[in-house]
Ligand binder design. Structure first.
Ligand code: MG
Ligand code: MG
Length: 250
């Protein structure tokens, strides 16, 4: 069953989303050549705790950190480590979750480390564009297939692979609720109703679609080792249009 969120739940999700956005604001500032992914995790942890929230990912199915850091061919679920530093030209995708008074905000962003190639720039542009194309369809009366299709169309326009095994999801009192949202058309004509909350999160690859999980049982990478990008927002469908929860509150 897909839950419709109450006004109070949406208020709390917006607060959780604000904290997630504060983390991303800081990540944008501190991601530079030489920083370790463990340092990024420590910074994120500090911001989440200072804002009286709980890092949603820490301990989730045993995940050992409060953010996921996935570099270059890594797609999602990379584990922060003091042994892993980013270098000039890398792309790093950072996924952040915060739980505030029981409600979850979930948002991922890909960052360029220093100067990156035009190929990476184009990949980031396409993936962000596909996210906003999907968000624009998050309206009562549309279907999940409309969101999936909008994302797929941007990927096709750019000629990129689409990660098929992972996708968006309902979000609220827990990080993963119904429904699952594919990033390509599967003909899911489930109707979107007002106050549905979904984390929309396209993952696009410069190369093919295929991905595999590493021996750490978490890190997902492209099989062809070509770069991947990931952009995600938690979004609520309202009668006034899509409302992004995971952005800074005015
Ligand atoms: Mg996420
Ligand atoms: Mg998510």
């Amino acid at each position: 069953m897909i839950n419709r969120k109450s006004r109070e739940e949406i208020k709390l999700m917006r607060h959780a989303g604000h904290i997630v956005a504060l983390v991303h604001q800081k990540m944008k500032e501190v991601v530079e050549p030489g920083i370790s992914t463990k340092e990024l995790d420590n910074i994120a942890m500090k911001i989440i705790k200072e804002n009286r929230a709980i890092p949603t990912f820490l301990g989730y199915s045993g995940f050992p950190a409060c953010i996921c850091t996935s570099i270059n061919e890594q797609v999602v679920h990379g584990i922060p480590s003091e042994k892993v530093t980013v270098k000039e030209g890398d792309i790093i995708s950072i996924d952040v979750g915060a739980t505030y008074r029981g409600l979850v905000g979930d948002s991922a962003w890909s960052y360029a480390v220093g100067n990156v190639s035009d190929d990476i720039k184009r990949l980031m542009e396409a993936t962000e564009k596909s996210l906003y194309a999907g968000i624009d369809k998050m309206r009562p009366g549309n279907t999940l297939n409309d969101i999936s299709g909008a994302i797929e169309d941007v990927a096709v326009e750019y000629g990129y692979g689409i990660v098929r095994q992972y996708g968006g999801h309902g979000v609220g009192h827990t990080m993963h609720e119904e429904p699952f949202l594919y990033n390509y058309r599967v003909g899911d004509h489930t109707l979107i109703k007002s106050n549905y909350a979904i984390a929309i999160e396209p993952m696009l690859n410069i190369g093919g679609d295929d991905v595999e999980v590493a021996s750490d049982e978490w890190t997902v990478s492209t099989v062809d080792k070509k770069p991947s990008a990931h952009f995600e927002h938690t979004v609520v469908a309202t009668d006034d249009g899509p409302q992004i929860m995971t952005k800074l509150m005015e």
